[in-house]
Design a protein around this ligand. Structure first.
Ligand code: SF4
Ligand code: SF4
Length: 381
């Protein structure tokens, strides 16, 4: 397993995490099988947003004696009032469900108290202009949560949440198809394959900005909807010319700036094994460079950090260099120290580029790599 540091928290997450939503309404034995497989393969982070007591208790029982081996994202305000999933910012209700989460898991802390589902202006106001956020901050003060996270599907709202400065972690809906949709696109419809394929075209600037913003501020991202609810794997629904593989989807998520872990929803041991098998695959098997090209090709010119252009004869990590450049360009007068440090620590820097052009020949997106290397040299060296 590979672990990545979670921002400034001092904690590290396995790059493959476990989404537990498919364990809802399943017998205990299924939870045990999945949690056992995840822990056996060194997965150390799981997301648990479901409000129902039975699934929470099943997960708690499966983790018995092993609570300290996992980081848990537990969501504050996820409820099942009126017998359906919903969100509330009402503090007594949030408190009731949060205390139930602790009780069900037989623990006295949650690693990441997640501000649940902040997508709309109403969500934002409901969180940050009410006592809800005071409640979350108090949970942290009391040690009932170790750090504060939030979940969102909307890049504009998520960026506002990040700008508040209260977060250590953002859980965001990340896959190559959603990244081409405008902030106000109906993700629910996208998940059902009901969005016209022609809308998937070009990296949405708000989403690109969000990833860079998180990276520049040291806010870690964990991803959800990495497989697009399975739709990206299906020839009938994938908006691309071919369906993607699980490994390509995982690799796409893990190569977005700031992403530390991708939560893969599993309800069988085989699914856990398929997710962790990512670690055994070659670069070529993970490569999504050609796979996410759209018929109109309007990703053209934008680096997707896919590494399809490697190897570079002088050993420059081209995707990482362009990613740092993109983050620095957010505010060239105030480049984050950690980005400068990352750049300085690179084994080979942009100024070593001999302008051989082999990367540009291989890049599926027509990125002018040499120009990027020159810009990186100017900004960082
Ligand atoms: S330059 Fe092209 S091939 Fe290289 S990482 Fe960027 S998009 Fe991928
Ligand atoms: S043009 Fe520069 S960055 Fe690209 S492969 Fe050649 S040396 Fe490496």
């Amino acid at each position: 397993m590979i672990y990545r540091p979670i921002g400034k928290t001092g904690m590290s997450a396995s790059i493959i995490g476990l989404g537990t939503e498919h364990l809802d309404n399943k017998p205990y034995e299924v939870c045990e099988e999945v949690i056992d497989a995840a822990l056996a393969h060194d997965i150390n982070i799981l997301d648990l947003f479901m409000p129902g007591t039975p699934v929470r208790e099943n997960i708690g029982r499966a983790l018995k004696g092993r609570r300290d081996q996992v980081l848990i994202q537990g969501h504050v305000g996820s409820v099942d009032l009126r017998e359906q999933y919903d969100r509330t910012r009402d503090v007594p209700t949030c408190q009731k469900y949060f205390e139930n989460l602790l009780r069900s898991l037989k623990t006295d802390y949650i690693d990441f108290g997640m501000v649940f589902f902040v997508d709309t202006e109403d969500d934002y106001q409901g969180v940050f202009e009410t006592e809800y956020i005071d409640y979350v901050l108090k949970l942290k003060e009391q040690g009932k949560i170790r750090a504060i996270g939030a979940s969102s599907h909307n890049p504009k709202t998520a960026a506002r949440v990040v700008e508040t400065g209260v977060l250590d972690l953002l859980m965001f809906a990340t896959n190559p198809a959603y990244d081409m949709l405008a902030a106000d696109a109906d993700i629910g419809a996208a998940m059902e394959g009901k969005i016209d394929r022609s809308q998937y075209d070009g990296m949405d600037p708000d989403r690109a900005y969000l990833y860079r913003l998180c990276e520049s501020k040291g806010i870690a991202i964990t991803t959800m909807k990495t497989l697009g609810a399975g739709k990206l794997l299906s020839p009938d629904f994938s908006p691309f010319q071919k369906p993607l593989t699980v490994a390509q989807c995982i690799h796409y998520a893990l190569t977005r700036p700031a992403v530390v872990s991708t939560m893969i929803g599993c309800n069988t041991r085989a699914q856990v094994l398929e997710a962790v098998n990512y670690l055994n695959l070659s670069d070529a098997e993970r490569d999504y460079g050609e796979a996410i090209k759209t018929p109109k090709g309007s990703l053209s010119g934008h680096c997707m950090y896919c590494n399809h252009c490697l190897p570079c004869p002088v050993g420059i990590d081209i995707a990482a260099t362009i990613r740092m450049l993109d983050i620095a360009k957010l505010d060239t007068s105030n480049i984050p120290t950690r980005i400068r440090e990352q750049y300085s620590a690179s084994n080979h820097q942009a100024s070593e580029c001999i302008e051989c052009g082999s990367c540009e020949e291989k890049c599926p997106f027509g990125v002018k790599v040499v120009e990027h290397m020159q810009a990186a040299t100017q900004l960082f060296e």
